[in-house]
Write a protein that binds this ligand. Sequence first.
Ligand code: HMG
Ligand code: MG
Length: 302
Amino acid sequence: MTIPSRVKIVEVGPRDGLQNESNPVSVDEKIKLIELLCASGLSTIETGSFVSPRHVPQMADSAAVYAGLQKDNGVNYQVLVPNQRGYADAQAAGVSEIAVFAAVTETFSQKNIGCSVSESIKRFTDITATALQQGIKVRGYLSCVLGCPYEGEVNPAVVTALTQQLLNAGCYEVSLGDTIGIGTAGSTNALLQCMQQSSINPEQLAMHCHDTYGQALSNVLVALQHGVNTIDASVSGLGGCPFAPGASGNVATEDVIYMLNGLGIEHGVDLAKLMTAGNYISGVLKRDTQSSVARAIARKLT
Ligand code: HMG
Ligand code: MG
């Protein structure tokens, strides 16, 4: 299969990146980060989540962040929604797009959103139906698609069936989460082959790789080779899931952009401006970037 000529990046740094941060980040700092990300040309940005502040205090200010953003018409701002309460809050905040998030394994589902996998599919099917009636687009996530921190290996056929259920529910795309970054080119290939055999359109899939084992970029490349043309990434490689202990950040957006440039794939993002956003948030967090590309370019400039 030929690789896509254009790829959409879903920037998850302000949500996946900051949900796991022990350093406080203010509403104004989050807004500035999102606006810098917009200025780099990113057209889809996850700005926060309407989850329980008891479970994820870092996202408790998501409504204030969303309200304070100078919205750019060309940009889709997404937020995560775990249940009906989160949906009601997101709708009241005026969002035009939400993401629901299920998992492949029972243990992760219970720890992450406090219900079984089948209950979550039922819950998200209902939320999606309501959202679509109210003109709100819905993206789906599936976590632990290449392995679970609690249950280990997962069966690609189970992942494929759950992906199909989220698509049937009305999600316009399903993001395949390697939550703990354990997948390899081999396991990514096996999963996407299974999806292909089940006639799932790769253009309705996204790849969401955490980089714990340093495999994220090669897994993204395998996804591109399967025709997946949406890639989730996090500026500076921020990220992690509070319910997946030890998992590191997402693949760095800067590293994905550099690879796409090398492949001649269009993406609409200005790498230098993206690095400005990465430098900004690294400064706020008082930490070096996790992006190899950003580090290498910074060394050349000094
Ligand atoms: P729960 O405690 O079981 O909720 O949490 P509950 O229904 O029993 O309610 C308890 C209290 O919480 C009630 O308040 C509710 O109103 C309140 P009280 O009556 O006691 O005052 N409550 C809420 N408040 C604000 N927003 C809400 C909400 N819901 C209930 N939405 C719940 C259940 C699902 C809410 C909780 O488990 C939760 O928030 N989970 C989210 C966990 C999360 O954010 N995980 C990280 C994101 S997923 C991820 O990172 C993976 C991904 O990146 C892909 C990948 O990498 O694989 C997407
Ligand atoms: Mg994630």
